[in-house]
Design a protein around this ligand. Structure first.
Ligand code: G3P
Length: 224
């Protein structure tokens, strides 16, 4: 069974229709027996996690305490979320030069492990994947930033990189290999699986769809 992660980002549509999207995901997941995980904004996490398995869009290292504006593992755990999406290209754990802060990322992954939260870590290329596999997160997701939000899927635009990415992850770890960016159709998902991916991350293809229910269904069918 493959995995579909629906990233709500901070799209207005996701905030307005977030619960209906979660209900639709729950229904499709049950009907097709596909694992669908939602990643809503922090403010919606508790409500959405009641309906469908959900992961937070990030996490800070601070322990619960006097840390205004930080989101601790404890809040995430208490919200009912099952994990965290880390290092998304729109929320990189990086220093000023844009390079990943591997020490911080590794600490965050360990924090997840300590508190029984799954860790879904995004990378922008294979070099980053090679380093992140050493931390053994639940999943590593390859998302080339230039394709995010577009209409050409990562599986169509970068088939050989996707193939290399998936075998890099699988050779070196137990982490799942996921891919995302520009995935809009069932065919995009089928291609992703044929290149070795265990699942996909999708945002605009569902959140911006005219009929999000139909979009979730179309993208889930190949994952059965
Ligand atoms: O996390 C998934 C996301 O970055 C992909 O976005 O809009 O290309 O599906 P999108």
């Amino acid at each position: 069974m493959g995995i579909l992660i629906i990233n709500y980002k901070s799209y207005k549509e996701a905030v307005d229709d977030g619960l209906s999207i979660a209900e639709a995901a729950k229904e499709v997941s049950k009907e097709l027996n596909v694992k669908i995980i939602l990643s809503p904004p922090f403010t919606m996490l508790k409500d959405i996690a009641r309906v469908s398995p959900s992961i937070a869009q990030g996490m800070d290292l601070e322990e619960p305490g006097a840390h205004t504006g930080h989101v601790s593992w404890y809040e995430i755990k208490k919200s009912g979320a099952v994990g965290v999406l880390l290092n998304h290209s729109e929320n990189r754990i990086a220093s000023k030069d844009g390079k990943i802060d591997y020490e911080k990322l590794s600490s965050l992954i360990h924090l997840c492990l300590d508190h029984d939260l799954d860790s879904y870590v995004c990378v922008e290329n294979i070099e980053e994947a090679e380093k992140v596999v050493l931390f053994n997160p639940t999943a590593i997701a390859y998302e080339p930033p230039e394709l995010i939000g577009g209409n050409i899927s990562v599986s169509t635009a970068r088939p050989s990189v996707v193939k290399d990415f998936c075998s890099t992850v699988k050779k070196a770890s137990n982490s799942l290999a996921l891919i995302g960016a520009g995935i809009k159709s069932g065919e995009d998902v089928r291609k992703s699986l044929s290149l070795g991916a265990d699942g996909v991350l999708v945002a605009s293809g569902i959140i911006k769809a005219k009929d999000f229910s139909a979009a979730i269904r179309e993208l889930s069918l190949p994952l059965k």
